[in-house]
Write a protein that binds this ligand. Structure first.
Ligand SMILES: CC(C)(COP(=O)(O)OP(=O)(O)OC[C@H]1O[C@@H](n2cnc3c(N)ncnc32)[C@H](O)[C@@H]1OP(=O)(O)O)[C@@H](O)C(=O)NCCC(=O)NCCS
Length: 206
């Protein structure tokens, strides 16, 4: 749907444009991004917030904000999609992967797009960027926990070659997984072991 203008030396920022001419800069999260992230998460609809964090918080707790601002630079990747509203930068998307309780070569991912930016291809580009950056880091597999009723995310994951299977730890969830290096295979299925209690990219580990 959108087109990415990519830098040949990732993880450089990427300028993304949608078919309806929206522009966003996809770049790594920075220390001073707290106001952007807070406004973004607090402005999400209850459904989007629930689907991203799997819990019904109304505002972003300070400890979650700190976790979102400080990905492990050697293992994890956290991206923001930044657009301009008037003269102000606004965050319109967030995507990350992080080491959880799985094997060292596995990362757990999560992403969210601002409600009024959904359906124009930004989620697809963020997921593509996560896969690209994970492959460059030598990550072997990306997995994500998705709420069962979250058809947009399930469909998006399938289109990007993720297999979808039952989540063994939480009946509200499905798990999507993709081995990197595999070409995307629509509708492919792959078994992925779930480790109950694994840290998740959806929320900070406790
Ligand atoms: C899931 C989410 C990230 C998708 O982002 P998006 O920017 O809306 O997705 P895109 O516009 O790139 O859509 C890509 C594909 O997703 C699927 N999709 C998107 N919206 C959909 C919808 N409402 N119903 C069904 N499928 C949908 C389609 O396959 C679409 O393909 P298309 O390009 O042929 O239309 C976004 O809906 C979101 O932020 N949801 C709330 C948070 C969330 O669910 N996070 C996932 C936690 S892991």
């Amino acid at each position: 749907m959108g087109a990415a203008i990519t830098n040949p030396n990732p993880p450089a920022p990427v300028l993304w444009s949608s078919a309806d001419c929206r522009l966003a800069l996809l770049r790594p999260v920075r220390e001073h991004d707290a106001p952007l992230i807070e406004a973004f998460v607090n402005g999400l609809s209850p459904q989007s917030r629930m689907r991203r964090f799997h819990t019904g918080v109304k505002t972003l707790p300070p400890s979650w904000l700190q976790w979102m601002l400080h990905p492990d630079p050697l293992r994890d990747v956290a991206l923001l999609a930044i657009a301009v509203d008037g003269r102000q930068p606004v965050c319109v998307g967030e995507a990350r992967f992080a080491l959880g309780d799985g094997p060292p070569g596995e990362r757990e991912f999560a992403l969210v797009v601002a409600d009024d930016w959904q359906g124009v291809g930004l989620g697809s580009e963020l997921l593509r960027q996560l896969g690209h950056r994970a492959a460059l880091q030598g990550v072997e597999r990306l997995v994500g926990d998705v709420m069962r009723d979250n058809l947009p995310m399930i469909e998006l994951a399938r289109r990007h070659g993720y297999a979808v299977r039952t989540h063994r730890g939480d009946p509200r969830l499905l798990q999507v997984a993709r081995s990197l290096g595999d070409a995307p295979r629509h509708g492919a299925t792959r078994a992925v072991a779930h480790r109950p209690g694994a840290a998740s990219a959806a929320l900070p580990a406790h």
